[in-house]
Design a protein around this ligand. Structure first.
Ligand SMILES: Nc1nc2c(ncn2[C@@H]2O[C@H](COP(=O)(O)OP(=O)(O)O)[C@@H](O)[C@H]2O)c(=O)[nH]1
Ligand SMILES: [Mg+2]
Length: 706
C-alpha cells in the first residue's frame, strides 16, 4: 500500500447502539473495494465486529480501525460501540479523528445515545457530518428524524439529501441537484434528473446550503449577493470552512445494509472533510501547539489505544502528529523516559494488519510488541520535547466487589484485571483494605458484565460479583476527655504509659482548645480524606516529647480502623495534655497502645457519627418515564437538584447516597425499557441517619465477635 496520499481523512463513526455504524463501515469498505464481499452484523462476518464476544452479542464493544481509499483520500475509519458503557472507546477515537460521522437510525429518530454523543461532539469540537441511516426500513421517517434533530441540535444542521420513494431506493441530492437511484444490490447509483414534483424542495434546500457555505467568508458572501450563486470551487471552499468550524452539520442519508449512499458520503469526505494538516494544530502539554507537518524532523506519535492479542502481545494504535514515521525508527517514550524501536509498523483493517514502510504526519497506524508504552504516551525522535495532551478518560461510575472461586485464584485474577485495565482506562481495580474486598469500578452494568465475560471466556477464570461494601467514614460531634493507663508487669521490665487527651470535631481555623497550653500543632491530611489535628499540650514534662510520635501513631492506627464500624475516621482534633511515664518501663510501644485505647474510649464518648458517601447523579430519560424515575428516587433518600429538558428527553440531577445506588442501572433499565441512562460522580460525605447508623454499628459489633 502507498504511504503518501494527497488527503488523509480520519473519520470516527458515532451513534446510538444499533443505528448501523458497523454496517456503514462495511459498506464503505465494500464500495471502496477494500473488501470484495460485504459482510453483515446478522451473519457475524463484518470487518469491524471481529472479536468472538462481539460476534456472540451481535454488537460492537471495542473501537475498530479500518481504512478505505476513495479518490484522492485514504479514509481511516474508526467504528465505535454505541453503548455509553464503552465511552472510553469513543473518546479515544475522537481524540485522533478529524471528522465525525454521527449516524441516526431514521426508523427510531434521535435516541438517548445520540444525545450523549452530541455532548462529546460539542466538547471536542469535531467537525461532524450526520448520516441518516436505514432509509430502506419500513418504519423509516426521514422528515420526523430531521425535525427532531434540528430541534435538538440547532439550525446548523442542514440537509444535503433526502430519500424519496420511487420503485427503487432513491436519494435527492440538493448539493449536486441530481437524484441517485439504486438497484436492489445498491452500489453505484444511476444519476437521474430530480422529478418535477421534488424540484421546489430540492432548490430550496440547495439555496440554504449555498447560503450556509457563503455565510462564513466575507468574500464569498459578497459574491453570493452579486451573482446570486457560487461557483463549484467557491461552494467547496465555503463548505470546507463551515464544516471545519462547526458552522454547518451536513445531513446525508443512506441505507448501510442495502449498500446505498456510502459512496456519495465518501465523495463528500474526500472533497470537503479536513485532512489533519488542515485542522488546528495539536495542543501540547507545555501550552504550545504542534502543526501536522510531514517534514518535521522531530517525528512525534501518540498512542490512543492498546489491546493485547494472545499470539502477539501488546498491540498499540497511534497517530503520527508530526514528521514521517519510518519502520525501524527509534523513538523516546516521553512519558516513560525509555526508548522504543518500532521494528514493524502496520495499517489496520479490523483484525488484519498490513506492514508498511512509513506513515506520514496525520496518518494512523499500529505497532506491535512495544516494551513499556501505554495509552496516552507520546513517542518522539527528540527526548526533550513536549507531549501531546492526553485523553481525559471519565472516572468510573459504578462498582462491584469481585470474588474468585478460590483464594489462590486471586493473584491471577488481579493480573488479568490489570491487563484489562491497561487496555481500558475507564475501569479501575482496587484491593480495598478497609472494605476487605476487591472492587472493580466501571462505566455501567454492561461494562462490568462484559469484563466478567471476557475473564471467563478468554482467561478461563470464573468470578462472582458481590455487593460492594460502603466506604463509610467516622467522626465525632462533641468534645470528650479520657485518660488511659497501659501497664504490664511480666517478669523483668514491664510496660508503662499513661495518656490524657481531649478530642473534638476539627475544623480548619478553629480556636485553640480552651484552658490548654498548646506547645505544638500538627494538621495531618489523611489519605482517605479529611484530617487529624494533633496538638501537643504537655506542660511540666509529664510525658517526654520524644513519645509524641508514638502517641500519634497509636491514634492513627485507631483512626484507620474506626471504633464504630471499622471505617476510616476523619476531621478530629486530639490534644494530649497530661500523662505519666516511667523511667524504665516506658517506651514507644507502651505509649502507642495507651494512646490507641485512650482515643477509642474518648471517641465512644464524643457522640460518634457515621458518614456516608453521597453521589451527584445525572439521569437522562424519556418524558414518559420521568414520573416513575422521580418516585423511585424518593425511595432512595435522593435530593433532587434540578431538571432540564433536552429535546424529548429529561435530565434529572440529584444527590443520592451511594448505599441507595446499588444496581441502580438495572432499575433504570427496567423502569425505562432500557432507554434511561445515568452517570454519577462522588460529591461529599454526609451524616448517616441515626437508625441506619445503629444498624451498621450493631453489624460491626457482631462481625467483631465472629
Ligand atoms: N434495514 C436496515 N437495517 C440496518 C441498516 N443498517 C444497519 N441495520 C441493521 O441494524 C442492526 C444494527 O446494525 P449495526 O451495524 O450493528 O449497528 P451499530 O450498533 O450502530 O454498529 C443490524 O441488525 C443491522 O443489520 C440499514 O441501513 N437498513
Ligand atoms: Mg457496531
Amino acid at each position: 500500500m502507498e504511504s503518501n496520499f494527497k488527503n488523509i481523512k480520519n473519520v470516527v463513526l458515532l451513534g446510538h447502539s444499533g443505528c448501523g455504524k458497523t454496517s456503514f463501515a462495511e459498506t464503505m469498505l465494500f464500495e471502496s473495494q477494500a473488501i470484495s464481499r460485504m459482510g453483515s452484523v446478522l451473519e457475524k462476518n463484518t470487518v469491524s465486529d471481529y472479536t468472538n464476544i462481539e460476534k456472540e452479542r451481535g454488537n460492537s464493544i471495542f473501537s475498530t480501525l479500518m481504512h478505505a481509499v476513495w479518490k484522492d483520500s485514504k479514509i481511516n475509519i474508526m467504528d465505535t460501540p454505541g453503548y455509553d458503557d464503552f465511552v472510553g472507546e469513543v473518546i479515544s477515537s475522537l481524540k485522533v479523528a478529524d471528522t465525525a460521522l454521527l449516524l441516526i437510525n431514521t426508523a427510531h429518530g434521535v435516541e438517548v445515545g445520540t444525545e450523549l454523543i452530541w455532548e462529546h461532539i460539542e466538547k471536542y469540537q469535531t467537525p461532524s457530518i450526520l448520516v441518516f441511516n436505514q432509509i430502506d426500513h419500513e418504519k423509516a421517517d426521514f422528515d420526523s428524524t430531521l425535525e427532531q434533530a434540528v430541534q435538538r441540535f440547532g439550525p446548523k444542521l442542514i440537509p444535503f439529501q433526502y430519500p424519496i420513494k420511487t420503485d427503487h431506493l432513491a436519494i435527492v441530492d440538493a448539493l449536486r441537484m441530481v437524484m441517485y437511484e439504486f438497484d436492489s444490490n445498491g452500489g453505484k447509483p444511476t444519476k437521474k434528473e430530480i422529478p418535477a414534483n421534488e424540484l421546489a424542495r430540492a432548490k430550496e434546500m440547495h439555496n440554504k446550503i449555498v447560503e450556509a457555505a457563503a455565510e462564513n467568508e466575507e468574500g464569498l458572501m459578497e459574491k453570493y449577493f452579486e451573482a446570486g450563486t457560487l461557483t463549484e470551487e467557491e461552494l467547496t471552499m465555503g463548505l470546507k470552512i463551515a464544516l471545519a468550524h462547526q458552522q454547518i452539520f451536513p445531513i446525508f442519508c443512506c441505507s448501510a445494509t442495502k449498500n446505498s449512499g456510502s459512496g456519495r458520503i465518501m465523495g463528500f469526505i474526500n472533497d470537503i472533510a479536513p485532512s489533519p494538516w488542515e485542522c488546528p494544530p495539536a495542543k501540547l502539554t507545555d501550552g504550545q501547539t504542534l502543526a501536522c507537518d510531514p517534514n518535521d524532523p522531530n517525528t512525534r506519535i501518540f498512542i490512543f489505544k492498546t489491546i493485547t492479542e494472545p499470539q502477539v502481545g501488546l498491540v498499540s494504535y497511534f497517530k503520527v502528529y508530526a514528521g514521517t514515521l519510518q519502520t525501524g525508527a527509534d523513538l523516546h517514550n516521553l512519558d516513560k523516559q525509555n526508548s522504543e524501536r518500532l521494528g514493524q509498523i502496520f495499517v489496520a483493517e479490523g483484525k488484519n494488519r498490513f506492514p508498511i514502510t512509513k506513515l506520514q504526519a496525520g496518518d494512523i497506524g499500529v505497532a506491535v510488541k512495544l516494551k513499556d508504552t501505554h495509552t496516552n504516551n507520546t513517542l518522539a525522535t527528540k527526548a526533550q520535547s513536549a507531549k501531546i495532551t492526553p485523553i481525559e478518560f471519565p472516572e468510573p461510575r459504578i462498582r462491584t466487589a469481585i470474588v474468585p472461586p478460590g483464594k489462590s485464584d486471586m493473584e491471577k485474577l488481579i493480573r488479568v484485571l490489570h491487563q484489562i485495565e491497561e487496555e481500558d482506562p475507564t475501569i479501575k481495580v482496587e484491593q480495598n483494605a478497609q472494605l476487605k474486598q476487591t472492587i472493580l469500578y466501571g462505566q455501567g452494568q454492561l461494562h462490568l458484565d462484559i469484563i466478567k465475560y471476557r475473564i471467563e471466556k478468554v482467561h478461563n477464570l470464573h468470578l462472582q460479583f458481590e455487593r460492594p461494601k460502603i466506604p463509610y467514614r467516622e467522626t465525632i460531634t462533641r468534645m470528650a476527655e479520657e485518660s488511659y493507663r497501659h501497664k504490664k508487669q511480666s517478669g523483668g521490665s514491664g510496660q508503662f504509659a499513661e495518656v490524657h487527651m481531649r478530642i473534638e470535631p476539627f475544623e480548619e481555623g478553629m480556636p485553640d482548645p480552651a484552658g490548654l497550653t498548646v506547645k505544638n500543632r500538627e494538621v495531618e491530611p489523611l489519605e482517605w480524606g479529611g484530617s487529624l489535628a494533633f496538638y501537643w499540650c504537655i506542660v511540666g514534662g509529664s510525658i517526654d516529647a520524644k513519645y509524641a510520635n508514638a502517641i500519634k501513631k497509636g491514634i492513627m492506627q485507631k483512626m484507620q480502623n474506626g471504633p464504630l464500624s471499622g471505617s476510616h475516621c476523619q476531621n478530629i482534633r486530639v490534644s494530649v495534655y497530661d500523662g505519666k511515664m516511667h523511667s524504665v518501663d516506658s517506651n514507644d510501644m507502651a505509649f502507642m497502645l495507651a494512646a490507641s485505647n485512650c482515643f477509642r474510649q474518648a471517641f465512644e464518648k464524643a457522640h460518634p457519627q457515621l458518614l456516608e458517601p453521597i453521589y451527584d447523579v445525572e439521569i437522562i430519560c424519556p418524558d414518559a418515564v420521568m414520573g416513575d424515575i422521580m418516585s423511585d428516587l424518593q425511595t432512595r433518600r435522593a435530593i433532587i437538584q434540578g431538571m432540564d429538558t433536552a429535546g424529548h428527553y429529561q435530565k434529572i440531577k440529584a444527590k443520592v447516597p451511594l448505599m441507595e445506588l446499588y444496581q441502580y442501572s438495572s432499575t433504570l433499565r427496567s423502569i425505562s425499557q432500557g432507554i434511561a441512562k445515568h452517570s454519577r460522580a462522588f460529591s461529599h460525605y454526609a451524616p448517616l441517619p441515626a437508625e441506619l447508623q445503629a444498624k451498621i454499628a450493631a453489624e460491626h459489633t457482631t462481625e467483631d465477635h465472629e
